[in-house]
Design a protein around this ligand. Structure first.
Ligand SMILES: NC(=O)c1ccc[n+]([C@@H]2O[C@H](COP(=O)([O-])OP(=O)(O)OC[C@H]3O[C@@H](n4cnc5c(N)ncnc54)[C@H](O)[C@@H]3O)[C@@H](O)[C@H]2O)c1
Length: 315
């Protein structure tokens, strides 16, 4: 397994591409046009530059931590810490594994293709149909969907037994979980192959961790997290507490690394809204869409990516 195709070079597609390239795979990246592919590649460069800056801070942090314990390190020991924790991220080499493509035929010999296009069932169905003309008989075709039907997408693909969901989390270079969700048509070997690929990979912090789940909207993590964001919006609408206080409360009282409003802004409120609409269809009144969220999406207050969501961000 060497060649990966990624379709959709947005927030998720570009960072999934980065993780595969970081693991030495050749990654063929496709979007609606080359400008969007190039925007994705710029994002990958930024991810890698940020990673290098992060790695650069590690030795100093570790030395300070040890010195705080009252231990004075020798020059030799300081060098050893620098050598083990620091280091150069081979940015150019990793980027060289990303191959921009403008034609689906270039994905013909891909072993695994992952789509991360807009979260719309019809768009994904059409894509699975289109890819039936271009991919080979053995290619595994995976969707990164958060809430849509893979069984429906698979029914548009020429080899439905090769289709499944590999649901990466945002951002995949720091969050190692991938939910592996078979369609009703997926073969056991497709699931095993996807599981094995992911379990051998690393991201910037950890080994990647695949977890199998059945096809039901939201799988494991989002079904829980989206409800938390929704409930947080309701709490602020009821004037029980403001957003900042709710975020502080969940971080300091429940050990969350991010508050629900910070998380919503991070994920993108259009995504939260789309997922909620699907959950509302599937689970009914347990997932009612707050009017405020709908209005924020209409206004284009989508969170970090537009500079304004529940909070404001410098561009
Ligand atoms: N953002 C998240 O936190 C997150 C987390 C997990 C999963 N997902 C899922 O990942 C997928 C992508 O989400 P995103 O946040 O990266 O979206 P995004 O809007 O940032 O990127 C989507 C990209 O897909 C491209 N695209 C759309 N239709 C296309 C087509 N027919 N062919 C080729 N490219 C096409 C767009 O031009 C865009 O660049 C969605 O299914 C989403 O539900 C998102």
């Amino acid at each position: 397994m060497e060649k990966i195709g990624i379709i959709g070079a947005g927030a998720m597609g570009s960072s999934i591409a980065e993780v595969f390239a970081y693991n030495g795979y050749d990654v063929y990246l496709k979007d609606q046009n080359m400008d969007l592919v190039n925007r994705g590649i710029s994002n990958i460069k930024r991810i890698l530059t940020d990673f290098q800056s992060y790695v650069n801070t590690l030795p100093d942090k570790e030395i300070k931590r040890i010195e705080k314990l009252g231990i004075k390190l020798s020059d030799e020991q300081v060098n050893a810490v620098n050598k083990n924790l620091g280091g150069d991220i081979k940015i150019e080499e990793i980027i060289s594994h990303i191959k921009p493509v403008d034609d689906y035929n270039k994905l013909n010999d891909a072993d695994l293709v992952i789509e991360a296009v807009f979260e719309k069932q019809e768009i994904k169905n059409d894509l699975f149909k289109e890819l039936s003309k271009h991919l080979n008989e053995n290619t595994i075709l995976a969707s990164n969907t958060s809430s849509l039907s893979i069984t429906e997408m698979a029914s548009y693909y020429k080899k439905p037994e090769n289709a499944l969901i590999t649901h990466f989390f945002n951002p995949p270079y720091t969050l190692p979980l991938v939910e592996i969700v078979p369609a009703i048509q997926s073969s056991g070997s497709t699931v095993d192959k996807a599981y094995n690929i992911i379990s051998k990979m690393k991201n910037h912090r950890d080994h990647m961790v695949p977890v199998k789940a059945k096809e039901r909207a939201g799988f494991i993590v989002n079904r829980i997290l989206i409800q938390i964001i929704n409930e947080a919006i309701k709490i602020s609408e009821e004037n029980i507490a403001d957003e900042k206080s709710i975020d502080i409360a969940m971080k300091k009282g429940a050990g969350f690394p991010m508050g629900p409003f910070e998380l919503g802004d991070y994920v993108g409120l259009d995504i939260v809204y789309d997922v909620l609409k699907t959950f509302n269809k599937v689970y009914g009144d347990k997932f009612l869409i707050p009017e405020r969220l709908k209005n924020m999406v209409i206004a284009g207050y989508l969170g970090r990516k537009t500079g304004r969501g529940f909070y404001e961000y410098k561009k």
